[in-house]
Design a protein around this ligand. Structure first.
Ligand code: ADE
Ligand code: ZN
Length: 337
């Protein structure tokens, strides 16, 4: 059991969130409110019925519902309101900085212009209440040509996002499928990340590193299956954005007690804790920390390490990183933890 003191540390410590899909922060209440506002009909009668459908068996069963939920997003204001709600919620969990994924192809495929989505999301990020930057993800179940066209369409808004990522159905869509678009993004000076080793094998993590040249691995929990890869990740200080509640909801691990977060840290990997799709997986940042610390042998030293890792692995400039790390260190030095 988690003692009150450790719970309070987890809740109050300053932290960064590096793996959050903004469309995955859309709560059922907001889905219904936006459906009503936009006169979109939903295949669910009530908020409760929608929530009851959140019983997933794997990544694909989740993605089907996640893309359906996003269908209520039509106007710039919708994207703004969704993002503002997430930022408020993150601030309440003492998240100081968030690097937020968005999936433009989910919207452009429905006829919603790229600029409608990015302008709404970006405007909310400018308003606070916390620091936030955007990472545009390509849907890996679609073609590389589609991703390349999306990258070109994004260029008028190059100032509004800091990097690109790769998400959606992993197995059967290895990183190397997107070699050219990541090369183009790299030439444009964008930061690079990719989901790898969530459901896919360690070889996908290797090709994300070697072919796509990513700077962080999203998830990466299957890395432990390859000792050589673990050694490399540790040596290179490669960060993993781990999402504990997501991994349980999508059956990557049976129960939280068998999650490998502690082992990742023990092997010297730069693991971080994140919420992935908080509206669908049962919780935001602090819920993820609390669930993991309740089920696993993790203590205050791990809490501090995870808080530090979150800022170190961020794409903040060195000066801001140092300032946040000093805040973490002061937090752990000051209180009687
Ligand atoms: N899109 C939203 N959440 C995702 C996840 N956990 N894995 C892959 N794609 C996603
Ligand atoms: Zn994700």
């Amino acid at each position: 059991m988690l003692n009150e003191q450790l719970r309070s540390v987890l809740e109050r410590m300053p932290k960064a969130e590096l793996h959050i899909h903004i469309e995955g922060s859309l709560e059922p209440e907001l889905i219904f409110a936006l459906a009503q506002r936009n006169r979109v009909s939903l295949p669910y009668d009530s908020v409760e019925a929608l929530r009851a459908a959140y019983a997933f068996t794997d990544l694909q069963s989740f993605l089907d519902i996640y893309y359906a939920g996003a269908s209520v997003l039509l106007t710039e204001q919708d994207f703004h309101d969704m993002t503002a709600a997430y930022l408020e919620r993150a601030a309440a969990d003492n998240v100081r900085h968030a690097e937020i994924f968005f999936d433009p192809q989910t919207h452009t495929a429905r006829g919603v212009p790229f600029e409608t989505a990015i302008k709404g999301i970006w405007r909310a990020c400018q308003e606070g209440p916390i620091s936030a930057s955007l990472i545009m993800c390509f849907l890996r179940h679609l073609s590389e040509e589609d991703a390349l066209a999306t990258l070109e369409a994004s260029l008028p808004h190059r100032d509004k996002f800091i990097g690109v990522g790769l998400d959606s159905s992993e197995v059967g869509h290895p990183p190397e499928k997107f070699a050219r678009v990541f090369e183009r993004a790299r030439q444009l000076g964008l930061r690079l990340v990719a989901h790898a080793g969530e459901e896919g094998p360690p070889a996908y993590i290797e090709s994300a590193l070697d072919v796509l040249k990513v700077e962080r691995i999203d998830h990466g929990v299957r890395s432990l299956e390859s000792p050589a890869l673990v050694e490399r990740l540790a040596r290179e200080g490669m960060a993993l954005t781990v999402c504990p509640l997501s991994n349980i909801k999508l059956r990557v691990f049976d129960v939280m007690g068998s999650h490998n977060l502690r082992e990742l840290l023990d092997r010297g990997l730069a693991a971080t804790v994140n919420s992935d799709d908080p509206a669908y997986f049962g919780g935001y940042m602090n819920d993820n920390f609390i669930a993991a610390f309740e089920a696993l042998p993790l203590d205050v030293t791990h809490a501090r390490q995870l808080a530090r890792n979150s800022f170190t692995a961020s794409f903040l400039d060195p000066e801001r990183k140092r300032a946040y790390l000093a805040e973490v260190d002061a937090f752990f030095a000051n209180a009687n933890h």
